[in-house]
Design a protein around this ligand. Structure first.
Ligand SMILES: [Zn+2]
Length: 283
């Protein structure tokens, strides 16, 4: 078997190697920064750091083993990024279920997948902030253990069997801009989720509920917070074009998703995020 211990890129590589050698694979995530450890896919980037493709494998890892005492000693930013990746899970799965689009395995979604994705979201809203405080104190608490399960297992099953939509495509779009490369997957997904909710025309109350959680745990809600300072129309256009590339999960929405619509949603989401931060700053 092939055993990998480390962060997302290490485990993505280990799954690729195991698949190539047709060997069982064990993933031991040392951080809870994304939902990839339980999945049967790897995200492949170009040497420049741009999203290249998803590579799918015939089976999920044979064992995923997480020591929460190790996760508790990792930098807080990594756990927060995992919250960003996991936060999008329910909203993307809900879209895929409503649109009757295919999940990440090319199959139909199930009510079980939807329920796991919803449980993931509820767990974050309930325990996310407390888990951040636990990691700041380098402590293992029941809240942290539940968040590790949500970030790793619930989000992993939720996205794979529930499906992805615009949020992850915007993440891929953001990777087109070099200035976003030092930001983590879940941080870019966090802003992508905001874009998705704006694009879908969700009620302000729901958007604000998401914004409140994102701000409380320190997730990005503006372009500047993922490295794009003073975004030009060209920058936003580049993000929008990549977001709607062929095969992107943005096309899992129940309506046609065009670059023009994404362009406007990115601009509007950024404005909403900036206004929210200004408001939050005033207390
Ligand atoms: Zn993700």
């Amino acid at each position: 078997m092939v055993v990998g211990a480390g962060g997302g890129k290490v485990l993505d590589t280990v799954r690729a190697v195991a698949s190539e050698l047709e060997l069982p694979v064990v993933n031991c995530p040392t951080i809870a920064s994304s939902d990839s450890p339980c999945s049967a896919l790897s995200v492949v980037y170009t040497p420049e750091g741009e999203f290249a493709e998803y590579v799918f494998y015939p089976r999920d890892p044979d064992l995923v083993l997480v020591d929460t005492a190790v996760v508790a000693r990792a930098p807080l930013r990594l756990l927060v990024a995992g919250l960003g990746d996991a936060l999008a899970t329910w909203f993307e799965a809900r879209t895929v279920i409503e649109a009757r689009s295919p999940n990440q395995l090319g199959g139909a979604t199930t009510i079980a997948a939807g329920a796991l994705a919803k449980l993931c979201c509820d767990t974050l809203l309930e325990d996310g902030v407390a888990a951040c405080r636990a990691v700041e104190a380098r402590s293992v608490t029941p809240a942290l253990e539940r968040i590790v399960e949500a970030n790793t297992l619930l989000s992993g099953l939720g996205f794979e069997s529930g499906g992805l939509a615009v949020a992850h495509s915007v993440h891929n779009g953001l990777t087109e801009l070099r200035q976003t490369h030092s930001f983590l997957h879940g941080e870019k997904v966090s802003f992508g989720l905001l874009v998705q909710l704006v694009l879908e025309g969700k009620p302000t109350a729901e958007i604000e509920r998401v914004l409140r959680f994102q701000t409380d745990v320190g997730l990005p809600v503006t372009l500047e917070q993922v490295g794009v300072k003073k975004p030009s129309d060209e920058d936003v256009g580049q993000i929008a074009q990549r977001t709607v590339a062929e095969d992107e999960t943005a096309h899992h929405e129940p309506f046609e998703v065009t670059a023009a619509k994404v362009f406007d949603a990115v601009r509007a989401a950024d404005a909403i995020g900036r206004a929210w931060r200004t408001h939050a700053g005033r207390g």
